[in-house]
Design a protein around this ligand. Sequence first.
Ligand SMILES: [Zn+2]
Ligand SMILES: [Zn+2]
Length: 298
Amino acid sequence: MEIYPLLLKIVGSLWELAAIILVGLVLEQYIPAEPDQPFRISLFKIRILVVFTVIGVFLGNEIALLIGRVAAKLGGDGTGLGFGVDLQPRVARIVAGLMIFDFFYYWYHRLQHQSSLFWQQHKLHHADPALNVTSATFHHWLEGPLRTIFISIPMTFVVKLSPEDLAIIGVVLTLWAGLKHANVRVPLGLLTPIVVGPQLHRLHHSIEPQHRDRNFAAFFPIYDVVFGSYCGPQPSEWPATGLPNGEWPKSVAEANLWPFVAWWGRIAARRAPADYQQASEIGRIQVRSDPSRSDSSR
Ligand SMILES: [Zn+2]
Ligand SMILES: [Zn+2]
């Protein structure tokens, strides 16, 4: 592993994160959807994000090297599997790339909500009680590798994207994530079912039960419309966000360990079903249900 290129990537990613957060936090002061958000929550998220970014860049680098090696063996171009359709010009590839990204993202994101296994990894993003620009990349660091498996690799089988195309899509994705999570009271009006904005995505993070498991798309709500998960906002609807039980990590270390602790709890419950069942029956512990989600579908 070459350490200097990796350090440069880490510094670049941290700088990009700082720039987006700084600009976003300033803009959010003018027309906040949720006024008086406690700044200490945003500061706590920033501390977590710095750690997650360093881990994410390191993991991303290793995964990219691995994919390059596998692609070379399979006859790809070494920069990705690269077996998809070669669209021209670049703008057509970028637009197609965004549409295809969102198709795979929609189903991956839906899986994160509907599978209790995947929900434990996604839960941190939804635990955020102060939705704003710092929430945009506030995902557990496992998100990057999972997106590579469920989105990036399948994409390369549909359309052939160069490293530059992927970089452009990555920039659009990052900027759009900042916009749709921003704490700004900017309704998109007639554009609401056409592009994902801050109001539609706030409903996805809503604490209200009628908004649960709705609006999964990253860019194009048409996928939610077609697959039956669209929930349009009322004109003045800007609900509170977070988990219904108010669960929130108390430290950076706890945020890192959250999914692993939950998964271990499930394994432990399976390994000692009799003990847990007995304890559950007398009301001391809860075995199968996740108190952060009250519906029985997961
Ligand atoms: Zn979600
Ligand atoms: Zn979100």
